[in-house]
Design a protein around this ligand. Structure first.
Ligand SMILES: O=C[C@H](O)COP(=O)(O)O
Length: 247
């Protein structure tokens, strides 16, 4: 399966600098002999202006959240159909920062994934254990419950494994930890979804940088990376994309 590199800009980016960033990333991709799938997920405010710029570049557009309802009295929220309407194809759901800052529970994430799929978007559902859960040996239980709770029946999107302790730390999880958790997540997906579970792409996220991408991306079951801070500059994002080219 061709690898996928997803840039999650989080709450970063104003118009001019973001247009420059996608222009540089598009130029970098055009100079590569072949490229993996590349998705950028800017904040809501930039989606409509970046969508036309991405056409023909091979870069696909993602968002960082959506509401679970199709429309209605939800002040400040954005529905999946609104995202699709401006050219969004992917949506990150249940990121640990959403779970932390907005109290999102597995059940809500599951409803959002259903809403996203109904609007024709591909959900990227995040799971990940805290440092305490890892330290107390509850890592697998935590991830198992999140998978069970956050993915709706018939799920055919993407799962991102992001150990919370690795996010923004500057140090990714070790190759051994990633390999162990990828194998565990694959087994859980197969247990929950049967044959489809074998085909669900699993991304790794948490301090992915150019140097470590070359080690992380070839690990069994890793289908790509969900990149945070390194996706904010072309000179740190493009080397990660390059590391995925021949895998
Ligand atoms: O969604 C991205 C992840 O939270 C990783 O962020 P990071 O690469 O800045 O650690």
């Amino acid at each position: 399966m061709m690898q996928m590199i997803v840039g999650n800009w989080k709450m970063n980016g104003l118009g001019a600098s973001s247009r420059d960033l996608v222009t540089e990333v598009a130029q970098g991709l055009a100079a590569m002999p072949s490229a993996p799938q590349v998705v950028v997920c800017p904040p809501f405010t930039l989606l409509a202006q970046l969508a036309p710029m991405l056409k023909g570049t091979g870069i696909l557009l993602g968002a960082q959240d959506c509401h679970q309802a199709a429309s209605g009295a939800h002040t400040g929220d954005i529905s999946a159909a609104m995202l699709a309407d401006v050219g969004v194809e992917y949506v990150i759901l249940g990121h640990s920062e959403r779970r932390r800052d907005h109290g999102e529970l597995d059940e809500t994430v599951r409803e959002k994934a259903t809403a996203a799929a109904a609007a024709g978007l591909t959900p990227i559902v995040c799971v990940g254990e805290s440092e305490d859960q890892r330290a107390s040996g509850e890592c697998r239980d935590a991830i198992g419950w999140q998978i069970k709770g956050s993915l709706p029946d018939g799920f055919s999107g993407i799962v991102a494994y992001e150990p919370i302790w690795a996010i923004g730390s500057g140090v990714p999880a070790s190759s051994q930890d990633i390999a162990d958790m990828m194998a565990f997540i694959r087994a859980e997906l197969v247990r929950q979804f049967g044959a489809t579970g074998k085909t669900i792409r699993i991304l790794y996220g948490g301090s992915v940088n150019a140097r470590d991408a070359a080690t992380i991306l070839p690990i069994a079951e890793v289908g790509g990376a969900l990149v945070g801070s390194a996706s904010l500059r072309a000179e740190t994002f493009l080397p990660i994309v390059r590391a995925a080219v021949d895998l």
